[in-house]
Design a protein around this ligand. Structure first.
Ligand code: NAD
Length: 500
């Protein structure tokens, strides 16, 4: 069934709503290779956002818990940092194999904790496995400036070394995958990790720790659960942590960078996004509409690269909007247990649901009519209708700030110069796409766009071989690819005097 804009989406739910969540991990911090209770008895409830049921609780970690984990990581890193790339590669391959053997459990846990459809969870776990496999190979192929005689009578050797212990802070939208994007290159480069998952979605990361325990050296991977302002803050300030990497919001990134500056710690930030989708009049409009259906609404739009801000040439704006409304109307909303064809799950939490709901209300108060969707859906669960706002004027608030929900705006432009200028008019610089059949435009426009990834006639396609990361307010540092290995390594120059 395709909705036209006047009908309402409904939430499909499974027959039995209280299905027990299988395979829950131990509720403790994972430190030095085993689970420990933590120094405080305070705990954090973990919810299923599709049902609003509490499915587990984990310790609210403290600075003392982080300190214990850092001690374990420091001592494990000494031996781990001296292993050969071949040995590290073997461990990373083992992790990939363990995840593959347990993929069903991990997918179910991820869906239960985030409400994401099974198809998204499957994709997350597949990409997680591929990330470990890629890094297992990549760490054996490192290149750098050739060693040589660059000063008379001296030979230079360039060494690539681990940085030491890396603190990692991950978000809730792709909990396991974002952890893998950090853990794999960090371990591949010979570092050890202390990772804090989002307080809202710790389960898949704890499960990963449980599954690999005893199969990797103790202490190279540590997980401390808890809040950003306590556990995250301590990771950013701990003197024995050499680098802190955060995927999350701009505000959290700023807080971490400010704290890290006090100990001159290296910082790696993957922050928010507001990806423009620039559609020229010669583009395949049906393909562009299908592309936005997928890339704007994948993971219910809770994606830093989501195709959420369309800029379409005025001559085809109406035709494109009609195609997009048709595409969006066919999206299936529901809880993950309601069927493998579910495409849109809930927002992660009540707070985030209210934030998205308020953005919709603001847009309506500003006089914008949703071409489709535009409302919240019935509880339980934090569901929001897939929404398209059309005829949005330049500079509108709804098209400027990151909504991080199933909401796409459509603006129009008249010249290529205007399209580029407007696309770049955002504090973010993570990703963008350009839709055209013109070979010249497909080269010249991406070069003028200020985003770390620019797709042409595509959006949100990623591969482990190529880097992911932003410019401007989207942060700095690169995930995936050999560039991530660079980011989690340090370069040392050794110069040998022949005559001494
Ligand atoms: P968030 O910033 O609220 O939380 C991210 C993590 O930071 C959590 O673990 C949180 O506990 C921690 N944190 C919060 N405040 C902190 C502080 N003061 N010190 C240390 N740690 C702190 O983000 P979120 O809501 O979990 O995730 C959504 C955001 O993440 C969006 O802005 C999205 O664009 C961004 N994101 C970016 C990418 C990317 O690759 N660039 C990927 C996924 C998500």
């Amino acid at each position: 069934m395709t909705l036209t804009g006047t009908e309402r989406f409904t939430v499909r739910r499974p027959a039995a709503d209280h299905l027990a969540v299988a395979g829950l991990p131990p509720a403790g911090h994972f430190i030095g290779g085993s689970f420990v209770p933590g120094s405080s008895t305070d705990s954090i409830d973990v919810m299923d956002p599709a049902t609003e049921n509490v499915i587990a609780s984990v310790p609210a970690g403290t600075a003392a818990d982080v300190d214990l984990a850092v001690d374990a990581a420091v001592s494990a890193q000494k031996a781990w940092g001296s292993t050969t790339p071949k040995e590290r590669s073997g461990v990373l391959s083992r992790i990939a194999n363990i995840i593959e053997a347990n993929r069903e459990t991990l997918e179910q846990l991820e869906s239960a904790n985030t409400g994401k459809p099974r198809a998204v969870a499957e994709d997350d776990v597949s990409s997680t496995i591929d990330t470990f496999r890629f890094m297992a190979g990549a760490c054996r192929t490192l290149t750098s400036l050739a060693g040589g005689d660059y000063a008379t009578g001296h030979t230079s050797v360039i060494l690539r070394e681990p940085v030491g212990v890396v603190g990692v802070i991950t978000p809730w939208n792709y909990p396991l995958l974002m952890a893998a994007w950090k853990i794999a290159p960090i371990l591949a480069a010979g570092n050890s990790v202390v990772l804090k998952p989002s307080e809202q979605t710790p389960l898949s990361t704890l499960k990963l720790a449980e599954l690999v325990a005893g199969h990797i050296p103790d202490g190279i991977l540590n997980v401390v659960t808890g809040q950003g302002r306590t556990v995250g803050q301590r990771l950013a300030e701990h003197p024995d942590i050499a680098l802190v990497a955060l995927t999350g919001s701009v505000v959290s990134g700023q807080a971490v960078a400010e704290t890290a500056a006090r100990s001159v710690k290296r910082v790696h930030l993957e922050l928010g996004g507001k990806a423009p989708v620039v559609i020229f009049p010669d583009a395949d409009l049906a393909a562009a509409a299908a592309g936005v259906r997928n890339a704007g609404f994948w993971n219910a739009g809770q994606d830093c690269g989501a195709a959420c801000r369309v800029l379409v040439h005025e001559s085809v704006a109406e035709e494109f909007t009609n195609l997009l409304v048709g595409e969006v109307g066919s999206l299936i909303v529901g809880a993950p247990g309601a069927g493998d064809d579910i495409e849109i799950g809930p927002m992660i939490s009540r707070t985030h649901f209210e934030r998205v709901r308020d953005s919709l209300a603001e847009a309506k108060a500003d006089g914008f009519q949703a071409a489709i969707g535009g409302s919240v859906l019935d509880a339980p669960g934090y569901f929001i209708e897939p929404t398209v706002f059309s005829n949005v004027p330049a500079g509108a608030a709804i098209a400027s700030h990151e909504i991080f929900g199933p909401v796409v705006t459509v603006e129009s432009f008249s010249t290529t110069e205007e399209a580029i200028l407007r696309a770049n008019e955002t504090p973010y610089g993570l990703s963008a796409s350009v839709w055209t059949k013109d070979a010249g435009l497909s080269l010249s426009v991406p070069k003028q766009l200020d985003f770390g990834t620019v797709w042409v006639n595509s959006h949100l396609v990623l591969a482990c071989e190529v880097p992911w990361g932003g410019f401007k307010g989207s942060g700095y540092g690169r995930d995936l690819s050999l560039y991530a290995l660079d980011d989690f390594s340090r370069t040392k120059h050794v110069m040998i005097n022949h005559g001494a």
